[in-house]
Design a protein around this ligand. Sequence first.
Ligand code: ADP
Length: 267
Amino acid sequence: TTFRVTARALTLDSGRGALVCFEDVTHLEQAGQMRRDFVANVSHELRTPLTALIGFIETLQGPARDDDAGRDRFLSIMAHEAQRMNRLVGDLLSLSRVEAEERVRPTARIKLAELVRSTLHGLQPLAEKAGIELRHVLPDTVVTIIGDDDQLRQVVTNLTENAIKYSGRGTQVTVTLNGPDYQPALRGAGVSIQVTDTGPGIEAFHIPRLTERFYRVDSHRSREKGGTGLGLAIVKHIVNRHRGRLRVDSRPGQGTTFTVVLPAQQG
Ligand code: ADP
């Protein structure tokens, strides 16, 4: 705990006194520290691919100038690093946008089954490339909520991309939409979207930290798969904006289910 202490001498009718104020500024201190950590993390994440790019440019200008085979190989690594930076900057912009909008209530009427179906259609090529069968289970009834179309697509995309990224070839990823039901987490009616994989699973002690910016269970694997470490932080902000809940159930070695519960009706 951090206190800010201020003292002032007082002259009262009954004599002289002093006023000493103890103000708990722990939250301000923590917010400042989080901001500094974030800036340090962003700088580090940007510098890693930049350093690689600078190194390859110098090699191409010097030792590899006349090496045709080497040049092609270096250029493709450089393209890869530049794409990584591009994804990071894109995710940083998304994060700052969703943070700025978090207090603004979404207003569009969204048909969720259609949203899930078309989002998964767009992810089909990625699933095929990874050798994963992407399935969806949708209810017969029309499920509508009040929300933000782009943001809800981003939630489904980020969770499904993770499931695909971290699971092995030959496995299945299933996205299930459940119609309105009583949701204890919301103490009211809600709909849910579940993304289930049979991948490596996540140890329980990591789960509370998954939505922190740049938190990764396995940094090497995340980077190798092109992860920015921001996907779940973005999901969390979007779910908050929709007054929903994000839940993670996982068994190491068996798989993971991410569940997003959203209020069925909003004011
Ligand atoms: P990243 O860009 O690294 O995937 P995320 O914020 O999307 O960042 O996820 C944070 C971390 O959570 C990942 O690095 C990964 O370790 C873990 N994770 C997310 N989804 C899954 C999943 N379906 N199975 C196993 N681990 C996962």
